[in-house]
Design a binder for this molecule. Sequence first.
Ligand code: CA
Length: 226
Amino acid sequence: MPRILLIEDEASIARAVEKTLTMAPGFSLDWVGDPDKAVIEAIARKPDLVLLDVRLPGGDGRVILQALKENAATRSLPVILLTGLAGEGDKVLGLNLGADDYVVKPFGAMELLARIQAVLRRSGPGAATRRTAKAGGLELDASQRSALLDGEALRLQPREFEVLFLLAAHAGQVLSRDFLIENTSSYGRGVPTRSLDTHIKNLRKKLGRKGGMIVTVPKLGYRLDA
Ligand code: CA
């Protein structure tokens, strides 16, 4: 269920985007009209994709794009720019600020939808899940299945990677065994929780002197303390 965050001051454009998204069942739209709240809302709402107007009152959408790319929590969010003029979007993409695509206003519904779907596809299967996680010296990339600890590669089994990714992506929060089992795709239903405990044990070993980062919270689950 892809969630789109629209940053746009004009209500008429917001309505047009909302109408467009009703053509794609399962899409949902959050609209932020105040550019000053754009980054905060993007962090809070964790959308799968941001539609960002280039022309905003009191500023330029490019400033927001830059802020999104500089913030660790929003860096990997795909962004499509809404621009007023042909060529305006080219400039922003050309400036290498990190936008994924742009759509020129006034846009057709089908064009906007096609671009959104293409960007979501490019941002990987399960676009709803975050693709990178960093915590406590760990750097995990789900699309590359790479795991580093303090810059050194870790050799992880697929399930170990998934468990560690979830823990790192939610560092500081307790994750229940059920949550970890249900949200790691390699697990089938009915996998005994003992096997999760085994993966945790192996992960602690592989993290070496930092193995203690994975904390057992009695009766609740596990937490990664960065
Ligand atoms: Ca505008």
